[in-house]
Ligand binder design. Structure first.
Ligand code: SF4
Ligand code: SF4
Length: 495
């Protein structure tokens, strides 16, 4: 049987003859040849069983005394049966004398213990690009954005009112580098606040990279900004979607700036948006083999903003993404074996973390997600939203109020709007409530579900991708457990 992830506390097991062994309800199984994948959804446990373990498992359809179980399996031996039962117990798949291994009341905390600590500042809606799939259809007047005064006010309130001792500020657009001077003022103020409140701040930015000049890179490096640069792969893929306002390719400029920024010592991570599922392996090749990145992010393109209507969201496309993604996984694994170094495609690493542990650090892959709890976002006009991702049509649902009227630290517990949003949990979403991977996936993104279906209590439009990919990764890990550290599944997952 595949080795399960061992939770931190392992109580003493004493499998005496009189112990009553009872299988947990709801375990789902998938056969592949002689092996069986068993998933216990509520505790997010899984294992791949060989025929011997399966034989033990099938005898547990009704509660049975351990001595009776062993007597019915004379060919397997008491020691083997005991080891299978112990493993199944630790996996949450059997109870012993009525006692489950996990305490479901505490396994999946309802709240982020530190409260909101990811603060997204939409510093401008303007953009110098006109990407064909831009999710918030950026490109308005770059002068109409967040003022430095507004940014300072947001930071002061965040430092003052939020309980977290480490706060992370993410500058988003449009294209945030169009508001570079404002961002510098806000970050300088943030450094002063660190002293005043004895808390620390980190800064992030997601940019299209075209305005990443050497001078700006020096400033960003001084403030230790982690910069995500949107690069969709080689020119023939990138330039299909990422074009200038008024047309024209952008690849050459983005790559030149990205590579120079890396040489200058800035922490840069390429982010590729994959619009054609079959591009996954080619984009990985380009970013890893040709440009030499070993930490990157490759996100399937969502049908939001300008991409609405252009790509059909839902099952078929999600299945194509799954196939492309798994080809990419094979390539990444091959690369890591060849070089002997880990390769972290962060969205894959985050899935691996969820598969081998009960940690749910990634706020978009747990239930309920970080919405209004781990994350808050702020518009240039001082409106506060429950997440950084929203469209014109959906922003009303995520709107929490005006900065000056809100006590930021009380939102998670005191805002009826936040509480309503946080009812989006896997147990309340019809399809997710029956899904074997619900505690690995978390039901996907609340915003994408809303934007796609008009309902919050719906599964993510990429649901099939998650179902298939989590399950396939279980088989892969069972075959080659080394894939987990090799592909960043032990420590590279971000927020
Ligand atoms: S979104 Fe789909 S894969 Fe994820 S928990 Fe819901 S039903 Fe399962
Ligand atoms: S709404 Fe989506 S993007 Fe926002 S925290 Fe939830 S899962 Fe993440």
């Amino acid at each position: 049987m595949a080795k399960p992830a061992i939770p931190p506390q392992v109580p003493e097991l004493c499998l005496g003859d009189e112990v009553l062994v009872a299988r947990t309800e709801g375990i789902q199984t998938i056969r592949r040849g002689r092996r069986i994948l068993a998933i216990e959804p509520e505790t997010a446990s899984w294992t791949v069983m060989d025929p011997g373990s399966w034989e033990v498992f099938t005898r547990l359809e009704r509660p049975v005394l351990f001595s009776v179980l062993c007597a019915g399996l004379p060919g397997l031996g008491r020691g083997f049966v005991a080891s299978v039962v112990e493993q199944l117990h630790r996996l949450g798949m059997v109870a012993l004398n009525g006692r489950p291994y996990h305490d479901l009341g505490t396994l999946w905390p309802d709240r982020d213990p530190s409260g909101p600590r990811f603060l997204a500042l939409h510093v401008t809606h303007g953009c110098n690009f006109a990407c064909s799939y831009c999710y918030n259809a950026s490109g308005g007047n770059p002068r109409k954005g967040m003022t430095a005064e507004m940014g300072r006010r947001i930071l002061e309130k965040a430092f003052q009112e939020l309980p977290a001792s480490q706060l992370s500020f993410d500058f988003l657009g449009g294209e945030p580098l169009l508001a570079f001077e404002t961002i510098l003022e806000i970050m300088a103020f943030g450094r002063d606040l660190e002293q005043k409140y004895q808390k620390s701040a980190s800064f992030l930015m997601q940019t299209n990279g075209a305005l990443l000049t050497p001078d700006r890179v020096r400033c960003l490096r001084e403030f230790r900004v982690g910069v995500g640069v949107s690069l969709d792969g080689p020119a023939e893929i990138h330039d299909r979607n990422r074009c200038l306002q008024g047309g024209g390719p952008t690849h050459h400029r983005v790559v030149t700036n990205l590579m120079r920024a890396r040489e200058q010592g800035l922490s840069v991570t390429p982010l590729g948006v994959i619009s054609e599922p079959a591009d996954f392996p080619r984009v990985l090749d380009y970013l890893v083999e040709e440009l030499g990145f070993e930490v990157l992010r490759l996100n399937p393109c969502s049908s939001l903003g300008r991409a609405r209507g252009r790509f059909e969201a839902g099952g078929e496309r999600a299945e194509s993404f799954h196939r492309g993604f798994m080809e990419m996984v094979d390539k990444a694994w091959h690369h890591s074996r060849r070089t002997g170094r880990p390769l972290a495609v962060l969205n894959l690493s985050e899935m691996l973390v969820n598969l081998i542990s009960k940690r749910r650090d990634q706020m978009c892959m747990r239930s309920p997600c970080g919405l209004g709890d781990a994350i808050l976002s702020f518009s240039g006009e001082g409106q506060v939203f429950a997440c950084e991702e929203y469209e014109e049509a959906t922003k009303g649902t995520f709107y929490l109020g005006e900065l000056e009227e809100l006590e930021l630290g009380a939102l998670a517990s005191g805002s009826t709007r936040v509480q309503a949003l946080r009812r989006r949990r896997v147990e309340n979403i019809p399809r997710c409530s029956r899904c074997p991977v619900r505690r690995f996936c978390g039901g996907g993104c609340a915003h994408k579900a809303l934007a796609w279906s008009g309902e919050l209590l719906r599964e993510d439009p990429m649901c099939r991708f998650y179902e298939l990919t989590f399950t396939e990764l279980m088989w892969r890990i069972s075959d080659e457990p080394e894939i987990v550290p090799a592909l960043g599944g032990l420590g590279n997952a971000s927020n």
